[in-house]
Ligand binder design. Structure first.
Ligand code: GTP
Ligand code: SPV
Ligand code: MN
Length: 591
């Protein structure tokens, strides 16, 4: 058993060594393995998982070095009802989080962890969120008993020796302790201690519950750090749009889980735009850390190094960049397979048929879909044809526009612009969206999901909104703020907007607004492009579609603003006055 970190004794890693020793004493693993992130280490882990059936090899001709993992059927998504933020004061976690007193939470979790790694290997994973040499990056160490988690963290983060060296230099890191336990939903908790920069997660091996660098560290803990240190940790994609003149604007966009971030981040311009020389560059598809630079603009990095993307709906037509990324070196979780062992999911649209479903049973469409609706692929961002070279830049990219959006079948138009920063913060705070399969629970229920951070903000939303407002300082050159809705439906229940590549038409209008070149129509809810504002050449839209995508339903918005007012009131006197004033101003303008 190698209990000591492979580095100089007496170094700044003493705290890490002590913590690892304490965890080992509690969890009692058979062995401890410090992950160095090497290819040899990965190959050995893969071989072990292949031997015990954790990973099933996919067709090596069509999908070299790619694997299928079937999770426990009760462990297929994030579990928001079992996720806690444990600040000393309940009010600091806010009505937006489940809360437990820290001492009680530690006792509860430590009882679960007691002896849980007997017969297992304990993996110690040093990782860096963000480019290894960026001052905006932050390090963490995840301890886990799941080799599947190690293999995923290797793709999703900068894991191993360079991260350990940075931790040794800085002497600080986020501590994440994870065990799959018995995968019993009754013994499953995802618990955060923001003040202690600590995460404890037990009983799930899935996605955001288990890959602790992602939602637990890079959003819940990081949002708390960001508030203290004057930056923002957001559930946003980052993309670059290069126009035919060769100028690139960067846009950050917050959509709730399974509402289109990966797809927008990897957008391929429509034919005419491509011919003219437009290009889209992917910086990140899920998380964005940004802070003001010396010039007053916000600079953003993607703290992740890979994509944990939704498989269903991914096709050569909807997202060719994603499909190209996942032809090799990819871990697929909970997808179906074809007779010749290729991964398959609903909407892949490649003319093939599944024979086995995500539970490993013969595919029967009457029983269940072939792929779980929250099935995913894990792949290094470097395999994405549109991956931006700027994604590795330690300074980050300057953000020209921030976009909020959700799934709204009714009311909300295709796009509108906020009047100013304060209005933009209200637009984010008032976001609503229909729930998806990314978390357990009902799907398709409209709920408020401010800035797409409802499941991920590590502190009271009232303080979070105040933190957002605080960026509006005299020297600041803040991005313009927009709201989009790709998911408006017609009376026949079908989407009215083609979406995907055609979303570039909306982004083009935004850039035009940023550059002061595009027109807009003032309305109480914000600035709309008007029908003539977007380039709709080649897009066939019915009269109903035009009305609903570009019009303003005044009565509907009056009701919406009443509901927004009620929602904000839940945050009580802690809510910033400026936000309420803005809500009241617009409600009044709507009449
Ligand atoms: P998380 O990884 O859970 O945070 O999700 P995400 O926000 O990255 O969502 P993703 O891009 O994976 O899209 C989720 C689903 O929405 C997929 O089934 C997509 O096919 C669908 N989708 C994405 N963009 C559009 C769009 O513009 N229009 C329509 N109609 N559907 C879209
Ligand atoms: C999300 O649910 O927003 C995801 C997937 O990106 S998970 O990593 O499970 O959080
Ligand atoms: Mn996400």
């Amino acid at each position: 058993m190698n209990a000591e970190v492979p580095s100089a004794a007496g170094s700044r890693l003493a705290a890490l060594n002590r913590w690892v020793a304490d965890v080992a004493a509690l969890t009692k693993p058979d062995a401890i393995h410090w992950c160095d992130g090497s290819d040899a280490e990965n190959a050995a882990l893969i071989a072990k998982m292949q031997a015990d059936g954790t990973l099933l090899p996919l067709n090596p001709e069509t999908h070299p070095n790619s694997w299928l993992h079937r999770s426990h059927p009760d462990d297929v998504a994030r579990v928001e009802h079992l996720t806690f933020v444990c600040t000393p004061e309940r009010e600091d976690a806010g009505p937006n989080n489940h809360w437990m007193p820290p001492a009680e939470a530690h006792a509860k979790m430590d009882a679960l962890f007691d002896g849980c790694m007997r017969g297992r290997t304990m993996y110690v994973i040093p990782y860096c969120m963000g480019p290894i040499d960026s001052p905006l990056s932050r390090c963490g160490v995840e301890i886990t008993d799941s080799p599947y988690v190690v293999a995923n963290m290797r793709l999703m983060t900068r894991m191993g020796a360079p991260a350990l060296a940075r931790i040794e230099r800085e002497g600080s890191f986020v501590k994440g302790l994870h065990s799959t336990g018995e995968l019993d939903p009754e013994r499953r908790f995802i618990v955060h201690f923001p003040e202690e920069l600590t995460i404890k997660s037990y009983g799930s091996g899935y996605g955001g519950n288990a890959l602790l660098g992602k939602k637990c560290h890079a959003l819940r803990i990081a949002s708390h750090q960001a508030r203290k240190e004057g930056w923002l940790a957001e559930h946003m994609l980052i993309l670059g749009i290069e126009n035919p003149q060769g100028d690139t604007h960067y846009i950050a966009a917050a959509f709730p889980s399974a509402c289109g971030k990966t797809n927008l981040a990897m957008l391929i311009p429509p034919e005419g735009y491509r011919r003219d020389g437009w290009k889209v560059w992917t910086v990140g598809d899920d998380i964005c850390w940004m802070r003001p630079g010396a010039d007053g603009r916000l600079y953003a990095i993607n703290p992740e190094a890979g994509f944990f993307g939704v498989a269903p709906g991914t096709s050569a037509k909807s997202n060719p960049n994603a499909l190209a990324s996942i032809q090799s070196n990819t871990i697929f979780t909970n997808v179906g397979v074809t007779a010749d062992n290729q991964p398959w999911w609903e909407g892949i649209d490649n003319g093939q048929v599944p024979v086995t479903d995500w539970r490993g049973e013969p595919f029967d469409p009457a029983k269940r879909p072939a792929a779980h609706p929250n099935s995913r692929f894990t792949v290094s961002a470097k395999q994405c044809p549109s991956y931006s070279p700027m994604a590795e830049d330690p300074h980050g990219v300057p953000i020209s526009a921030i976009v909020f959006g959700g799934r709204r079948a009714s009311l909300v138009p295709l796009v509108f612009e906020a009047r100013d920063w304060t209005h933009g913060v209200l637009v984010g705070a008032a976001m609503g969206s229909e729930t998806t399969a990314a978390a357990t629970g009902a799907v398709g229920v409209m709920r408020r999901d401010p800035m797409a951070m409802k499941p991920f903000c590590g502190y009271n939303f009232a303080d979070y909104f105040a933190h957002w407002l605080s960026f509006d300082t005299p020297g600041a050159k803040l991005p313009k703020v927009f709201h989009v809705n790709w998911f408006r439906k017609g009376d026949d229940g079908k989407f009215l907007w083609p979406g995907f590549g055609d979303n570039l038409r909306v982004l083009e209008w935004m850039i035009g607004r940023v550059e002061g070149k595009a027109d807009a129509v003032e309305t109480p809810i914000g600035l709309l492009p008007g029908e003539a504002g977007l380039n709709l050449e080649g897009v066939a839209l019915s009269d109903e579609a035009r009305d609903k995508l570009f019009g303003l339903d005044r009565a509907g918005w009056q009701a919406e603003f009443a509901s927004i007012g009620e929602y904000l009131a839940e945050y009580g006197p802690r809510l910033p006055r400026a936000l309420l004033d803005e809500q009241e101003r617009i409600a009044k303008a709507l009449g």
